[in-house]
Design a protein around this ligand. Structure first.
Ligand code: SAM
Length: 276
């Protein structure tokens, strides 16, 4: 039988610093067992003898592939279709005004898109609520630090459980059923998928100058800042502020807040902020 690997305090401190620096997640000292549990399988899979050996492997990988893998092990990817219901109601009520200022060209960024439920919800929302009397130029950018969840997002195939929150009408309109073994799955329609560009992007270390000319009308950055400490959150909100045009919206998770952030965002409702 394989020996159980133990993560020492000293090794944990190395991972703590590395994860904070490269992913932005600050892990408290009590997270030592969580890190041990999440990394154990990977260390064994690579045939390494200790967590220290895995740390050295990680640091030596200059291409960053192992960092991506580590991100997917450490962060939580929980998501669902039409999460944070009040925000969708807000969006429905304010869509005419948003479209008026956007002038027919809508750019939306789902900035920690996980396995795709968030950007596909945006696409379904727009398919339902954009006025039909004219064409709109719509593009949705969906990014995440983890290549693992992005693959799922790009594939666009969801289990029956994931589809449960959608209801029959949306499943019929925007998905095709597909059997995998004896379980039904749902594949997102190509028309919706084509509106979305999926990319890897790290919100902590990524180069935001890439987005300076994109003029997003709305940025969704939901349920990810909660893993970052205050200085990291504040730096991220500053960057969003810089790239958003006046009147642009920032949607965050309901358990997150922009309190103590110096930027001039007006709080609307339901964790929605608008650039002043
Ligand atoms: C809990 S999910 C939230 C998904 C979706 N936004 C929602 O609200 O349902 C958090 C996502 O943030 C991503 N993430 C964590 N750290 C990140 C970083 N530094 N840059 C970009 N994405 C990150 C994770 O990979 C994960 O997919």
């Amino acid at each position: 039988m394989m020996e159980r690997l133990v993560l020492s305090r000293k090794e944990f401190t190395l991972f703590q610093a590395y994860i904070y620096q490269h992913i932005g997640i600050s892990l408290g000292d009590h997270k030592i067992y969580l890190v041990q549990a999440r990394l154990a399988k990977r260390v064994k899979h690579l045939g390494l003898a200790s967590y220290r050996a895995y740390y050295d492997y990680l640091v030596a990988d200059k291409k960053g592939a192992e960092l991506e893998y580590l991100s997917s092990l450490i962060s939580t990817n929980v998501t669902s279709f039409f999460r944070e219901q009040k925000q969708w109601e807000f969006l429905k009520a304010h869509l005419p005004a948003i479209l008026k200022s956007a002038g027919g060209r809508l750019r939306i960024w789902s900035a920690a898109c996980s396995s795709g439920e968030e950007p596909y919800s945006i696409a379904m929302f727009l398919a339902e609520h954009l006025p039909k009397d004219r064409e709109y130029d719509v593009k949705i950018l969906a990014t995440d630090v983890s290549s693992k969840v992005l693959k799922i997002a790009m594939n666009g195939l969801y289990s029956q459980k994931a589809g449960e929150s959608l209801g029959e009408e949306y499943l019929r309109k925007y998905f095709k059923p597909e059997m995998i073994g004896d379980e039904v799955h749902y594949r997102i329609s190509d028309v919706l998928k084509k509106q979305i560009v999926f990319r890897e992007f790290n919100l902590v270390t990524g180069d935001f100058s890439l987005f300076e000319k994109k003029t997003f009308n709305i940025i969704f950055c939901r349920n990810v800042m909660i893993y970052f400490d205050k200085p990291t959150q504040s730096a991220l909100v500053d960057r969003f502020y810089t790239i958003l045009p006046k009147e642009g919206y920032l949607f965050i998770g309901s358990s997150e807040a922009l309190t103590d952030m110096k930027r001039d965002f007006r709080s609307q409702s339901a964790s929605i902020y608008q650039k002043g």
